[in-house]
Ligand binder design. Sequence first.
Ligand code: ADP
Ligand code: NA
Length: 324
Amino acid sequence: MSIIFSGVQPTSTPTLGNYLGAIRNFPELQEGNECYYCIVDQHAITVPQDSQLLHERIRKLAAIYLAVGIDPNQSTLFIQSEVPAHAQLGWILQCYCYIGELERMTQFKDKSKGKDAVSTGLLTYPPLMAADILLYNTNLVPVGADQKQHLELTRNVAERLNNKYGELFTVPEVFIPPVGARIMSLVEPTKKMSKSDDNQKATIFILDSEKDITKKIKSATTDSDQSIYYDKEQKPGISNLLDIYSLCSGKSIKDLENEYRDQGYGSFKTDVAEAVVNTLKPIQEKYYNLIETNQLDEILDDGASKAQSVAVKTLARVEKAIGL
Ligand code: ADP
Ligand code: NA
């Protein structure tokens, strides 16, 4: 049995990248493991948010988690800010992280680049993320490739405290899926697909309509070579579409290469779009049923109290060890 923790920020509707790189793996991990799935709203406010929109997106994300198959009877589904132990341990861990190591995080560099004003929270987000994970004695963290560095920091800070105070924390392993860990932008396929991309055509969102999905995939940047095979360096656009297609259809990249090698990009893209639509449609149907009900609040309240009961024990152990 593993203890599993993962979180998604309610900064917009999750993207196809969030889904294929992370969320998609959550339901099957429920079997035989103790899973904590979190809506990390405190991470979301490290950059400016519209308060009304943020509030709605927290609920929407909860409905999406349920729609992809997270079972609240099997897993603990909760909102980060409803479990105060996250901020409390997050503060403690900030005091054991160095400014230099936080400034070296590539996500901090990317998100702060060219900005006149950057919040302190954007810099100190990784120790809060470490707290999210360490509070539950997590041993496995399923995330996309972009989180690898933050996971390394989590392991380092856990070991740092363990060395100083004895075995306080379980040091977690990262689980990055072999395929799908880095879904790329449809417009600039050398950049990761991101919620915050200004170009609407670059990103597919889990709740996009069939029409929008098809339009975005049809206009995805490819190359002029007119041959369909996997080569991330030379053919990043086609390779990204092959990854997406493979994950959405269950067919291997090899089989897809054989099937499409001599077909035009047009018919290939039509089929990729259809596979994405077929993957997202059942999730969307469940989502629209759920968002109407008031079941959500009860599930989230329940999740928060389950999470808090575990988290306070870790927090108490840490506070005692460091003398608070
Ligand atoms: P974002 O980076 O889109 O703001 P989050 O930080 O909330 O999203 O990440 C939620 C999960 O989705 C994380 O596990 C992250 O690694 C994963 N993820 C984000 N973008 C991608 C992507 N383009 N491809 C694969 N996984 C991704
Ligand atoms: Na991310």
